[in-house]
Write a protein that binds this ligand. Sequence first.
Ligand code: FAD
Length: 549
Amino acid sequence: MERNPSELSKTKFDLVVIGGGINGAATAREAVLRGLKVALVEVGDFAAGTSSRSSKLIHGGLRYLEQFDFRLVRESRLERRLLRDIAPHLARPLPFLLPIYHGDPYYPLKIRAGLMLYDLLGNLGREDRHRMLSPRETLELVPALRPEGLRAGAVYHDSETDDARLTIEMVIDAAERGAVVANYTEVRALALTTQAGGRAGDLVAAEAQDRLTGRRHEISSRFWVNATGPWVDHVRALVPGFDGSRTIRLTKGTHLILPQIAPHHALFAAIPSDNRIFLMLPWNGYSLLGTTDTDFQGDPAGVQPDRADTEYLLSAVNRVLRQPITSNQVLGSFAGLRALVIEPGESPSANTREHRFHQDPWARNIISICGGKLTTARALGEKLVDEIIDRLDPSPGIAASRHPSRQIPLPGGRTGPFEAFVKSSTERAAAEFGLPRTLAERIVRTYGSRWPLVLGLTREDKRLSEPLQGTPTLLAAEVEFAIRHEMAVTLEDFLLRRSGLNWAACTPAGSEAAPAVAQIFARHLGWDAERRKTALDNFAKLAGSGVRK
Ligand code: FAD
């Protein structure tokens, strides 16, 4: 996947997708698989918005059962199965332990009934079904739990992903199949045909600016999708005729990175004080604790965790832990914004997570995506492209009724049964490339069936087979691969969104890789010492933006 924004003005596209988060990526991939001429433009890096700041779960949303949102749970459970097939490296089944304490808003019988329904709505087979546990069995699974007041436990299953890599693999697939994709390219203006007699106009062109060079490109297309998540109303406002209305409500969700507390199970537990739940996942050798859900009014680009978020999350988890976690054990944090379809009067947590396609009456050929989930993004893209194809005159090469994205693997997804693949590929990678097993396994798990492409680079240049100074588990070849084949332009593009470390790159241990990564960027992109220093400063600023105490 190569970055070449000048291609944007060479074609009249069928569809231009604005925004390279998971929803934009899934829509662009779907459209190109169905035969449309597609472009995707992203103002920052792919997945740099909400799509790298989630809880990283491919989940049915057990909590949505309480809201009787069976349709969303069913669809999410189906998508989880589907992702296991097309991207097993990015949808790894994860057991959840749900401890039930005195004082929780639910009791064991209610949980049992809810989990039976959850299983009925779709699981991955016998191993994936829930089971109820006694207090003793619960503590055996997670000894860190507080025994006092524990009434019972339950184990059920969802899946864990790397949200940023999931997004980027969708973008890569779209690009490899012919879409023109460009990160660091901002849509700044949109042109509409005149609206005679009060009728809707057609959006005919966009002006996009390459943020790396300052160059402007005019893009023209028959149809447009505004997939800008928290910025969706900002982009609607670029269309002449905008009436100042809002379609989404923003709520902030913060996560904390903690030392490893429960290595084999995620925890799902009640926060009785405000009738919410928290999740704590085993993640990159740490525990990832989330999340808050508070209304957010500011500039979406400025969202950050704050002290109140840390206090709220620690008090929630400490209620169920034997040994409380203190704020100085927090190793990092990050925040993201949910862009929820507006439901007046609902509390943030009760607000629907369903998506909506919004059509403004003054512009005929642009649809804005409001809301959605990482888990259901593929299905969202499918439904949206169905609608777009319906509205464009289908030309012969365009498939109106096929749904190829249900079967075609993502680029790293050609693995077959995943654990057997990891075992055999790890052995091969370790033997062929002389790598320690743990490193070989991490690379296989991160890149799935593309791992030989990453390690193949070491044959060109022996220096690339060396682990990066400061982080023995990252290889120089991965940085080179991200620059050459995955459109990485900055240190954080690699560290946060392509290496598999995700926000763990911003912990003190993760950040130690930054100078070595900068050296490879400098060599590859011809950075001088000053440019390298700026890149390191920018990364340090980002890593420091999480509140540690
Ligand atoms: P984004 O990822 O925000 O993408 C929008 C993109 O548009 C951005 O990258 C932005 O830079 C770009 N953009 C903006 N303006 C322009 C412009 N003018 N030109 C070009 N590009 C532009 N879902 C799950 O399924 N599982 C979970 O565990 C989960 N956990 C979550 C936890 C939290 C705290 C939050 C906040 C959300 C969670 N979600 C989860 C929901 C999920 O993360 C989001 O639904 C999803 O990431 C939204 O993707 P998006 O593409 O709509 O938005």
